[in-house]
Design a protein around this ligand. Structure first.
Ligand code: ADP
Length: 393
């Protein structure tokens, strides 16, 4: 085999050129230049592939490089056989070149449709420009949205400010109206004509109701004005405080309040006591006539939050109102049935939102209600970082 490849009794190719230097060197130099050019192309291709790893059909470029190297090799053999008759080996290299070239040619055909699908640089640039325009228009929309949110916050603040000033400044003249109409009622009883006593009573009642409304509005507008930093608050103590504030109501209705062990949370002690006060007052108030209110308060840990439940045995709430009752002035009863201002639950929602929590209700008419709310635990330090939480108006 070795013999067949290297020495097989032929004459070197130089004999065909009759060893004429002009012909011989023209062939040798041309073959050498072509071979050098062929060998340099794969090197350039390899360099290109190494620096552009995103180029598709890399395997085909590799195949192409092999094909070119083999072509170069056939020219090297063209030089070698001028002096050495290694025609067997030359033929073998040519056969390998033929095999690889046919393989490359065949592999090229099926990838053409795929290659045609590739986006041209001009197309890519156009797509890029379109994307950039889209990003820019989104950024502009985002900026507009930020402006709207900022305007909303500002008008919200202004509204709160207005509510605070209006309710605060209305208190003094209203106090005068209530106290002087009460005095008038006492001093002129039976002396101002048949209906006057009743009219005086209407004025006093209206004034007292307006005082309750203004007080509640003032509380509501104060929630976000309080700038005190959150501190650990014992909810057991907040409950004690709320019960003391409601002691007249609790005594009158004979209400029974049961509480499990309540945790310490991060927050504002005054607001958290207000929260419990409103929920307890509602639980005592919204009862069928003559029934003893039974209220249970419990808490369990859920991740970073404490989840509180205040459960009562009252009249309950129809399902369709379970969300709307948290809106301001939303009442499900007339003042004659159950007195109130319709502000208590929206105050609760605002307080809970400012503490980074959530409030919701579950109920069935006639089967009592369960008010749930969450508050950050003391060890959930994010509460400190995020304070004050933006609260809805
Ligand atoms: P107010 O009690 O002054 O009317 P709230 O905002 O506290 O205002 O409550 C809104 C409405 O939600 C009440 O009018 C009442 O119909 C209903 N509600 C609140 N708490 C309870 C409860 N524990 N049981 C039944 N209904 C309730």
């Amino acid at each position: 085999m070795w013999q067949w490849l290297l020495q097989n009794g032929f004459m070197p190719h130089g004999f065909c050129y009759q060893w004429r230097p002009d012909i011989l060197w023209m062939h040798v130099v041309s073959d050498a230049v072509v071979a050098l050019a062929y060998f340099s192309i794969p090197l350039t291709l390899i360099y290109f592939l190494r620096h552009r790893r995103d180029i598709p059909f890399r395997w085909l470029i590799g195949l192409f490089a092999a094909f070119i190297i083999l072509c170069g090799l056939t020219h090297v053999f063209g030089i070698w056989t001028v002096w050495q008759p290694v025609y067997g080996l030359e033929g073998l290299v040519k056969a390998m070149t033929a095999l690889v070239s046919i393989f490359t040619a065949m592999a090229l055909v099926p990838i053409i449709p795929e290659a045609l699908k590739l986006r041209s640089p001009a197309e890519l640039e156009a797509a890029n420009r379109q994307l950039e325009a889209e990003v820019e228009s989104r950024r502009a929309a985002e900026r507009r949205l930020e402006e709207v949110v900022e305007n909303l916050y500002r008008s919200n603040e202004e509204l709160e400010q207005f509510a605070y000033i209006a309710s605060h400044d209305l208190q003094a003249p209203l106090r005068t109206v209530v106290s002087f109409s009460g005095l008038l009622q006492q001093e002129c009883r039976g002396r101002l004509g048949p209906n006057a006593d009743e009219y005086c009573q209407f004025i006093v009642d209206g004034g007292v109701r307006m005082q309750a409304l203004i007080n509640d509005l003032l509380q509501l507008s104060r929630v976000n004005r309080d700038t005190a930093l959150p501190a650990p608050v014992s909810m057991g103590e907040a409950l004690g405080d709320a019960s003391r504030q409601l002691q007249g109501m609790i005594r009158d209705r004979g209400a029974v309040i049961e509480a499990g062990t309540l945790p310490v949370v991060m927050g504002n002690p005054v607001q958290l006591s207000q929260l419990l006060q409103n929920l307890l007052a509602n639980a005592i108030k919204y009862q069928p006539a003559g029934q003893t209110p039974c209220i249970r308060i419990s808490a369990d840990r859920r991740g970073d939050d404490w989840h509180f439940v205040i459960e009562d045995n009252g009249i309950g709430i129809p399902e369709k109102h379970l969300q709307t009752i948290f809106e301001i002035f939303r009442r499900l009863h007339t003042d004659d049935q159950y007195p109130g201002t319709g502000i208590g639950l929206s105050l609760c929602k605002k307080i809970v939102a400012r503490h980074g929590g959530r409030i919701w209700a579950e109920s069935e008419p006639g089967r009592g209600s369960r008010f749930h709310f969450t508050l950050r635990a003391v060890d959930a330090h994010t509460a400190l970082r995020n304070w004050p939480h933006p609260a809805p108006a």
